[in-house]
Structures are given as C-alpha cells and as structure tokens.
Design a protein around this ligand. Structure first.
Ligand code: B3K
Ligand code: ZN
Length: 853
C-alpha cells in the first residue's frame, strides 16, 4: 500500500478532449465501449497509463486498428509510442450485479446506478481517472425497455430509439467539459415528477425528479427546495444554471448523502423523500440543504473543479459554506450557526485529536474516500467563512466574481481560490493560507484587564495550536475574533480583532465601568477559547448578549464547567448549582421569543462535545456528572417546563420556521418531563396524538432517554406501522441501537435479524451499527471491551462487502487517545485484530494503521 503525496503532483502527460461511451446494460456482463480522442501534452515519449480496476479487457484499437501491444495490470492499461493526436477504442466488460461496494457501476434494488467520485470511474472503463483531465462526453445506453424505461446520463438527450429484441437506447451529450468523477448513468423504472424553473436571464430549465414507484407524493419538498436554491444562487452570487435540464434521482443504496454529477444528481433517497407522516423537521431541513449543496456544486465544483484530490476542500469547504448561508437565509441564522458549531466541536475537534488529524488540504492520502471528512468539509467551510468575515460580504462577492472570471472551465487549487479573494480586495492573505496547510485546533487563551481610573480595557490574547499526530510544528494563524462589549445598561458594541501574532494585546478606551466581554461571537473562527470568566459574567452573556450564538455558547460553558467540576478533570470556573438555576430562571421567565434558541439553550452539551473540552475521558464519571446536572435541572425547573409545554399549541403540520421552532422546544421540554411522574402519560399522549413524524419521534426519544416503561410498547407500535418502510424504520433501528441497556449487544443481533435489515444497504448499517458505535457511548465503551469487540468483528465482515462504509464506522474505534489505560488496551487489541486481516481494504487499513501509530 502506498500513499500519494500532494507535493508530487505532475500535470497529465495526455488530455482526452472527447469521450464517446456506450453501455450495453446487463447484470453480470455489461459491455462498455469507449472511444477516446487523445492529445499528447507537450513534447515527450511517456506512455499513456489509463487507470482501470476490476475490468475485463476485450480489445483495444488505435485509430481504428486492433492493437496487440499494450501492458495490462490489475490497476492500469498502458499504451506506448502514441502519436501526438489519436483515437483509442477500448472494449471492456463489467459485472454490476456483484458490485457491492456501491462505487463504479452497480445494480441495486432493480436499477443501475453509478458513483464515480473520487476514483470510481476506473471501475467502469480504462481512463485517466483524475480531476484535471476534462472531456466532453457523449453517452449511449442500451437496455431492456420494459425493465428500464428510463436511461439517464449527463447533459441533454439528443437521440433515442427502439430495437427489435425488446431493448431501447438513449443517447446523451453533455456540452460542458468535465472530469470523469462527474459522469453518471442511471437506468431503471421510476415515478417521475417534472417542474420547471425560469432563470434570471429567462431560460426555462426542466426539473426532473425520479423516485421509487409509489413515492411521487414524497418528492414535492425536494423540488421546492431545488427551486429555492436556484433562486438564491442567482440573487446572492449571480450564478445561473447552465443546462436546459436538471435531473435528480433518488436511490436506496448509496454510500453517502448525494452526488453532484453534472445535470444528473444521484441522491440517497433519505435526502429526497419527505412528507409530514414520515419525515421529521430535521429530515425536511437536511433535504433542503443537501439539495442546495449539490445544486451549488454546479458552479463550485463542476464549472470550476479541483486540480487534484488534495484540493478537495476547494469545492467542498466552499460549497458547505454556501449551503450553510442558504439554510440560514431560509430559516433561523442563529440555530443554523449552532448546528454548524456542534458538528465542529463534536466531530472535527475529535478528528484533530486523533491519528487521522489532517489539514483541510491534506498532504498524504492512501485512500481518497477517507478524506471526505469533517475537517475537509466543515472546517473547510469555517475557513471560507473567516474569509467572508474578513472581507465582508461585498468583498467576498468580489473575490468570487474574480475566481469565476479567471477559472471557469478549469481544474484549480485552493491557492488559486485564495489568490482570487486577495486580488479582488486590498488584503494580504499569505498568513491566512496557513489554515490550508496546518492541522489541529487552535486555542486562544485570553486575559482581561481593566483600569478603572482611565476606563481602559486590555485584552491579552495568546494563540497556540497544540501539536497533532501528523504535524509537530505549528505556526500562528490569521484569526478573526468577534468581540462584544456588554455594558450594565444592556447596551453593547462590537469589534473584530485580526489576530496574527502568537500574543497580541488589544486596548480599548472609553468605558465608564468594566464591560462584560463576549468573545468569538457567531463562532468567528474554529478555535477553542480558554478564559476564566465569573459565573456572573457568563450569566450576563447568556441572558443579555446581542449575539444569539454567544448566548448559547455561554449557557453551554455554564453546563459544561459544572459537569467537569464533578469529574477528576475538574474546572477552573466556579459554577455552582445556583448558577444553573439562575440561568434557567432567567431563560424561562424572560418570555424569550425565539423558541428554537430557547430549546438550544436548555439542551446540555453532548458527551462527544464534553470529551473535547478536557484532557481525559472518564467514561463513568462524565456520564454520571451529566446525568446529575440533568436531575438538578429537572428538580428545579419541572413546573416551568410543564407550563411551557402545555402552552405550546399543536397545529396541523407545516414545515415553517415558526412551527419548527415550536416543535423543537416542545420536544426538548418533553425530554426533561419524561423522567418525572407525569412523564409516562405525557409521552404516551404525545405519541398517540401526533399527526407528524417530528412529534412522534420526539416522544420516542424522550421515552428512550428517560427509560420510560412505555418505551417498548410505543416502539412495537411504531414498528408495526412502519415495517414496510425502510427509511422510516431506520429511525426505529437507530433508537434501539443507541439505547442504554445491559443487553444491548444481543439487541443489536436481533435488530440485524430484522426482515428489513440488509448488510448491503448503507442506511441500514449506519442506523444500527453506526448509531451504536457513534452515539451509544455507554454501550460502545463498556468496561469489559465488549462494545469494541462487537464493532471490530462486525467491521471485518462489512469490509468485505463495502469498505467505504466500514471505514466510516471504524472512526470511533480509532479515537482512543483520551480514554483510560484499560480501555485503550482493549480498543487497540481490536484494531490489531482488524489489521491482521490479510485482505483488509485500503480504506480501513489507512485509518487503523494510522491509529496504531
Ligand atoms: N461530492 C460528493 C461526495 C463524494 C464522496 C466520495 N466518497 C457529495 C458532496 O459532497 O456533495
Ligand atoms: Zn459537496
């Protein structure tokens, strides 16, 4: 196994300007013919080395004549002595039915489907499978007409016809140059929804959504979301769609959320299908944001793509930032910001603390699929957001305009992007680029000083990035820190500090009395802040800041520090039970208008977040401290919770920001109420009366969390209602798998024996095994190591079916760094067992071997 290095990049020796593909679809033997128009780049005699994997080569022709001399290995077809320009014709055969990796061309639940990013095109035909080779595609698909009435590929349908043997064919042409990872083919029988969108310049675009038969009514929200995204990108970034047709296909077997193939997005059906009966508010939200994300890729990803895969954040960080801005505009900016920050604090900080630590632009990769990470995506988006903050929205827009002006139709690097931002504005971004090369979570240590006689406030900020397992040297970063000065009378002013030195002093005059200073408003940078604040200051920020994020963050600090003070980690802040009750009283009595923010503010930090705040993860002690805080909250606030709960009206379901906020608050209140005397009754009542999945699932979650007696009964009822609907049943699987219970492992066995469970379907595997490994922290971290053992053994099997999914789920097993010695030994033993496997995939090998050091 060899790693590829970013600095070894060489431009391709050949370009392929046109490719004509034809597919004769068949389960075991699909025939693929490919005609390449090849151009040598510069003057050299290097051979043309075409990538290919799991292909049966039948014949190669050069300029129409059968070619006998070539070199063939498991990974490549190499042709030598080629003229400067030539046509190469390649005939291959592939076996889509036995392709369980869901990469390349595969057949699942009756349809053919492709997934090529990052390097899956090589499983379809021999090609230069790298993003800096841009070609024009013409694709003809042949298949049985009855079983596969729809034959889809990228671009425009230019011809079609019927054949005598019951087959038909369709020919597609994509007028835009694209890298092969954006190629797609889908063949099957679907229900089709058609709408249209007229662009700002007046072009009419056909929007086509393909879903499983009988599911058409669940496609409306996705289509409405698509139109909103198209409009938003025109208004905010002047970006208009470029083809006359935009297709989205929903499939049940898919490794991730969705894929932005040019003009033909393929989606995991979970991110398309929704109605109030089957989808929660969160599902509605996710659909809207994933639909938007893939749409936004048409410009940031497809029109301008990555030069090489190390530059992945060029398109992903930027596109995540764009979808976050879109979601903020569609709903509540504050609640969206909190959602983004939770991802960073729970998962990205954990990645930085593990052996998989890497910069948003990685330097070394064995299996590219392992780098579709929270670091590349979400920290990548935070880096773009910092540019947006530093340059202001108008400056950022100027940068984006210049980026497209310079690079439309090209495959470029992250430096090209930052250079466009810099050149369109008067700012030097040399130091800012360190964000791209440096891994780890920076820590800001802040001291505050006030000279009462002069009214001068001094903030001394030190930045320090602790070493990570991949890098031992760290440089100071360019960090925007949003500061808010809160005066006693409730007035406040704000400021953005540009932090560039390892230590910096900020002096501000003109205060009559010492203000309360809230730092990192709106989470202006992906860093940790270390500061000794009094309980009083934290309460002031939590109850009075003008920045919703800062309010939430201060409340989270109060909860976290109280929890840590009960564990051997301890806390330097003096948070007492009185601080907690003062916070709750302040929140609940103030008639807060923003119900969604209130819901977030009474929600405790997750165990995963708490772990990232302290040097050691004391499993039992952290859990019991968190539970203790919960009991304190309930015993103090129960009457207020109940009053609030009953004050919230149940209305006929509609996915609107205000209804969503109400349901969010209701279900958070129910989480607490569930463990009181009235709990059983209220939970059951909500479950029975609910007309929508959000409140139904809210009741179940509350019952599970509070270990209500009614839980099992309600769960069976749910299963009976939804047993034929796997997407809905995934919620049930996940609730069972994340349940705290002594016999959780035998329960997992039972779940995997369920009629609807299928080891080949990533959604099922994620809802049972993924939920357990990521979110059942007591079960997974069982002291005897049984949780680790269970996951280790399962992954050995899964790796043979689907390495990409196995490699995702191995993550918690590799994050042993903060645990106690006994657990570390047990986790590592499991990792060693995995590594002992002779034919372990590169995917799992890379993460496990790194984690063992
Ligand atoms: N670009 C795809 C992800 C591909 C993952 C390959 N293992 C979806 C997205 O980020 O939009
Ligand atoms: Zn993306």
């Amino acid at each position: 196994v060899t790693a590829k290095r970013r600095l070894d990049y060489q431009p391709p020796a050949y370009q392929i300007h046109d490719i004509e593909l034809s597919f004769n679809l068949d389960d075991e033997v699909t025939k693929v013919k490919s005609l390449l128009h090849v151009f040598k780049q510069g003057d050299h005699d290097q051979p043309l080395k075409l990538d290919g994997e799991n292909l049966t080569l039948i014949e190669v022709k050069l300029n129409g004549k059968s070619l006998q001399q070539y070199e063939l290995t498991d990974e490549a077809l190499t042709l030598s002595n080629l003229p400067d320009e030539c046509f190469i014709e390649i005939y291959t055969e592939i076996d889509p039915a036995s392709n369980k990796t869901l990469e390349g061309l595969y057949k699942a639940s009756g349809s053919y489907c492709t997934q090529c990013e990052a390097e899956g095109f090589r499983k379809i035909t021999y090609f230069l499978d790298r993003p800096d080779v841009l070609s024009k595609y013409t694709v003809t698909i042949y298949a049985d007409k009855k079983r596969y009435p729809y034959l889809l590929s990228n671009g425009n349908k230019i011809d079609s016809g019927d054949l005598e043997d019951g087959k038909h064919w369709v020919k597609w042409q994509d007028p835009f140059f694209k890298p092969c990872y954006l190629f797609a083919l889908v063949a099957g029988d679907f229900d089709k929804l058609t709408q249209s969108f007229t662009t700002s310049s007046g072009r009419k675009v056909a929007l086509e959504l393909y879903v499983d038969k009988g599911m058409a009514h669940r496609g409306e929200h996705a289509l409405a979301s698509l139109k909103k995204a198209m409009k938003w990108d025109e208004v905010v970034f002047d970006l208009e769609y470029d083809l006359d047709i935009y297709m989205v296909v929903a499939v049940d077997f898919f490794n991730m959320g969705a894929m932005e193939n040019k003009g033909l997005n393929v989606f995991n059906s979970k991110y398309v299908l929704a109605d109030s009966q089957t989808a929660t508010d969160e599902d509605y939200f996710n659909i809207e944001s994933v639909i938007a994300h893939e749409y936004f890729h048409n410009w940031t990803g497809n029109r301008v793509t990555c030069r090489d895969w190390f530059q992945l954040s060029l398109k992903e960080g930027l596109t995540v930032f764009r979808d976050q801005q879109f979601s903020a505009d569609m709903g509540s900016p504050v609640v969206n910001r909190i959602k983004n920050v939770k991802v960073i604090r729970e998962h990205q900080f954990a990645e930085d603390a593990s052996a998989m630590a890497h910069p948003i632009r990685p330097d070394e990769v064995i299996e590219m699929n392992n780098f579709y990470t929270v670091t590349v995506y979400d920290k990548g988006a935070e880096v773009i957001r910092m540019l947006h903050t530093l340059l202001t929205p108008a400056g950022f827009k100027r940068g984006i305009d210049l980026y497209f002006k310079r690079h439309d139709g090209q495959a470029v690097t992250c430096d090209d992007f930052v250079n466009a931002m810099q050149d369109a504005n008067s700012i030097n971004l040399d130091q800012f680029k360190v964000w791209y090369e440096q891994s780890g979570t920076p820590e800001l240590t802040v001291e505050q000083d006030f000279a009462a006689d002069t009214g001068t406030l001094t903030l001394t900020i030190q930045q320090h990035t602790p070493v990570t397992l991949d890098q031992s040297q760290k440089k100071p970063l360019y960090i925007p820190v949003r500061v808010e000065y809160l005066a006693n009378d409730g007035s406040s002013t704000t400021d953005i500090i540009h932090l560039t030195q390892s230590q910096q002093k900020l002096v501000r005059d003109g205060f009559d009395v010492e203000p309360t200073v809230a730092l990192l408003g709106d989470f202006s940078a992906p860093v940790k802040v270390i500061r000794t604040l009094s309980a009083e200051s934290l309460l002031t920020i939590a109850l009075h800041s003008n920045d919703g994020f800062s309010r939430w963050d201060a409340a989270q600090t109060i909860y976290s520090q109280f929890i840590h003070s009960l564990t051997p980690n301890g806390s330097t802040l003096a948070i007492t039970q009185e601080t907690i009750t003062a916070l709750l009283d302040g929140l609940l009595e103030s008639a807060m208008e923003d119900q969604a923010l209130l819901a977030e503010m009474i929600t405790l930090p997750s165990v995963e977040t708490l772990v990232q705040q302290v040097p050691k993860y004391y499993v039992e002690s952290l859990h019991s401290a968190r539970e203790k805080l919960e009991r304190i909250i309930i015993s103090h606030a129960q009457p207020m919770f109940e009053k609030q709960y009953h004050g919230l009206a149940f209305t006929n379901y509609d996915y609107t920001p205000s209804q969503t906020a109400t349901r969010k608050l209701r279900n958070q209140l129910l989480m607490y109420i569930a463990s009181t005397e009235q709990g059983e009754e209220l939970v059951t009542q909500q479950f029975m009366q609910s007309d929508n999945m959000t409140d139904t699932l809210g009741a179940l979650k509350a019952a599970q969390h509070a270990k209500c007696k009614c839980f099992d009964k309600l769960m069976s009822q749910f299963e009976e209602t939804w047993r034929a609907d796997p997407i809905v049943l995934d919620k049930w699987f996940a609730l069972h798998a994340s349940r705290q219970s002594e016999d959780i492992l035998s329960r997992l066995d039972l779940l995997m024996g369920h009629q609807q469970f299928n080891h080949e379907n990533p959604n099922r595997v994620r809802s049972v095994i993924g939920s357990f490994a990521f979110f059942n922290s007591t079960g997974f971290h069982a002291k005897d190591g049984s949780g680790y053992r269970y996951i280790g053994q399962y992954l050995q099997k899964l790796d043979k079916i689907n390495p990409q999914v196995a490699s995702r789920i191995v993550t918690p097993l590799t994050q042993w760094q903060k645990l106690d010695e006994e657990r570390i030994v047990k986790m590592k033993a499991e990792l060693v067992r995995l590594l002992d496997n002779k034919d372990l995939s590169n995917d799992v090998y890379e993460k496990v071997s790194k984690s063992l050091g």
